[in-house]
Design a protein around this ligand. Structure first.
Ligand code: HEM
Ligand code: HEM
Length: 237
């Protein structure tokens, strides 16, 4: 007999917008970045300005990506509990460590019970924290390389610590290598989202479009409370 499920509003609009802006910009940043690192069109006509346009697209997406990451961080103290910053550190609470163990046991075939997660899967959430550190590494090294065209400028002065840590060549190398770490995350992430969508039967993938998930418990438990700053960011469940 099929289990009855309850429809719950989990991902608010800013979370979904920032997710898909990040996805689109990361895809374009990676494609243009690979071409910047290995300019295939170097010997085409200089008047065509092809590499110039590729760099321009990289920078437009870089601004969109940086704004989206900052907006998501602000939302992590303003949005509902599923969007909250505490969700990224499940190992700090006893309950969170238990949830992590359940997911870990399932992933490593130690248990066949499918763990139901209402907000972020705790193992995925821990990886998202690592991913956010990589995002910031890309933003800081990216803007530091970008600001090299104007050494007297404000951006250059603000990014002084990055120049103290890395040479220009190192910034190019690490900016390039971290892209492959992000691509590695994405491959695993899409596989896991697809897998849990099938196993959990809770509308995992569609939830990142609609905001709704389907859970067996009537009232999803919010593990953390956010400040109710905006009228629309109050309790949703
Ligand atoms: C996830 C996001 C990003 C990815 C995957 C990415 C990828 C890349 C790659 C692979 C390169 C070539 C590096 C090389 O081999 O020299 C590159 C270059 C560059 N990226 Fe990014 N990038 C990202 C974000 C950013 C951001 C946020 C900025 C900020 C402006 C930025 C600015 C630059 C600059 C200035 C260069 C050097 C351009 C040149 O030398 O002509 N990138 N990027
Ligand atoms: C460049 C590619 C992608 C990146 C970097 C990425 C990154 C992320 C991040 C950081 C989160 C946490 C969201 C937040 O807390 O704001 C997330 C959640 C999620 N993403 Fe993606 N994503 C990518 C592509 C996709 C795709 C293609 C799908 C659909 C097949 C997808 C489905 C989901 C789902 C269902 C969640 C919520 C599930 C959960 O957190 O447990 N993502 N993703």
């Amino acid at each position: 007999m099929s289990e009855s499920k309850y429809k719950q509003y989990i991902w608010e609009l800013p979370v979904r917008i920032s997710h898909w802006v990040n996805v689109l910009s990361i895809v374009i940043l990676s494609l243009t970045g690979i071409l910047i690192g290995n300019p295939a069109f170097i010997d085409s006509s200089p008047t065509a300005y092809l590499m110039g346009w590729i760099r321009f697209i990289h920078f437009v997406c870089a601004y969109a990506f940086a704004v989206s990451v900052i907006a998501r961080m602000i939302w992590s103290v303003r949005g509902n509990c599923y969007a909250g910053w505490r969700e990224y550190f499940p190992f700090f609470s006893k309950e969170g460590r238990k949830d992590m163990k359940d997911v870990f046991d399932y992933y490593t075939f130690r248990s066949s019970r499918v763990p139901e997660t209402v907000g972020h899967n705790p193992v995925a959430a821990t990886a998202y924290f690592g991913l956010f550190l990589l995002y910031w590494f890309m933003i800081l090294t990216g803007f530091a390389m970008y600001a090299e065209h104007a050494p007297g400028g404000v951006m250059h002065s603000l990014l002084k610590p990055v120049y103290l840590m890395f040479t220009t060549q190192q910034m190019h190398l690490y900016h390039h290598l971290v892209m492959y770490l992000i691509i590695g995350f994405v491959i695993n992430h899409i596989y896991s989202a697809w897998f849990m969508d099938i196993k959990e039967k809770g509308g995992e993938i569609s939830s990142m479009f609609s905001g709704y998930k389907f859970t067996t418990s009537r009232y999803a438990v919010c593990k953390s409370k956010q400040w109710e700053f905006f009228p629309w960011s109050g309790k949703k469940n």
